[in-house]
Design a binder for this molecule. Structure first.
Ligand code: ATP
Ligand code: MG
Length: 235
């Protein structure tokens, strides 16, 4: 499954340490906006280390579910429980990639990535740069890091948003359809990276998409929403 080029700074990656267990429980979660029920009585458990695709037609409730999981939206009824990060009691660190990407247009791609640097999670700036360069190389954007976001095409912007999210070394990556401008080759490179982080760091991935074609190429759980209801959860 992994791309041959994928050799991401493996020495510095945290071991998943065999940790397992639920990281999110949705208990009978409903979300109402005026007359619209965006989510209806959703029951869902997500385990650490899962790769999940959230599918469904436009308006099915994908973004609303991701916001609930991220803590950006409260349920109208029901509960979302995010247990502490197992015995370590460390808070779960979630990184989001939104549909609108939230990049800074007047800054270069590299400057946007630099915003992910945090001295408490990297032993040195050199270690951060190593991860950044490796991700940029695998995703084929290394020679375009000097471009301003305002001059970048849609695919480059999407890759930069995803690299930035991964550089924060999250426990969970929650992404809302950020691959609409990527062709299948670039999407595969991206999923090679996500799979690598999943295996080496125990990264949990929750990924909303309309695109059934590329889901077919990857292993993971599919959660299908239909008009606010969770109607399918399985491989
Ligand atoms: N802030 C809001 N105020 C009012 N209605 C909303 C709001 N957010 C979402 N909705 C409605 O809730 C329903 C679910 O929306 P949601 O954005 O979660 O769907 P989605 O599956 O992400 O759709 P898309 O594929 O178009 O992104 C839709 O009918 C939408 O119009
Ligand atoms: Mg959406």
């Amino acid at each position: 499954m992994f791309n041959q080029q994928t050799n991401l700074n493996q020495k510095t990656m945290k071991s998943p340490q065999g940790q397992k267990g639920p990281i999110f429980y949705c208990e009978d979660v409903s979300v109402q906006f005026d007359e619209i029920m965006a989510l209806k009585n959703v029951q869902l458990t997500i385990e650490r280390g899962e790769i999940i695709f959230v599918t469904g037609a436009s308006g099915a409730g994908k973004t609303t579910l991701l916001k609930i999981l991220s803590g950006l939206q409260d349920p109208t009824s029901g509960k979302i429980i995010r247990p502490d990060f197992f015995s370590s009691k460390k808070n779960l660190f979630i990184s989001n990639v939104f549909q609108d990407l939230r990049l800074m247009g007047r800054y270069t791609c590299e400057e946007n990535l630099m915003f992910a640097y945090d001295s408490s999670i990297y032993a040195s700036k050199a270690e951060f740069n190593q991860d950044m360069n490796e991700l940029a190389r695998i995703l084929g954007v290394k020679d375009r890091l000097h471009l301003k976001i305002n001059d970048a095409n849609g695919g480059l912007k999407q890759k930069i948003a995803i690299i930035r999210a991964l550089l924060t070394r999250p426990d969970v990556l929650i992404a809302d359809e950020p691959t609409s401008s990527l062709d299948i080759d670039n999407t595969r490179r991206l999923f090679d990276v996500l799979n690598l982080y999943n295996v080496k760091r125990g990264l949990t991935v929750i990924w909303a998409t309309h695109n059934k074609e590329f889901i077919k190429s990857f292993t993971g759980r599919i959660i299908h929403l239909d008009n606010g209801r969770l109607v399918y959860s399985g491989k």
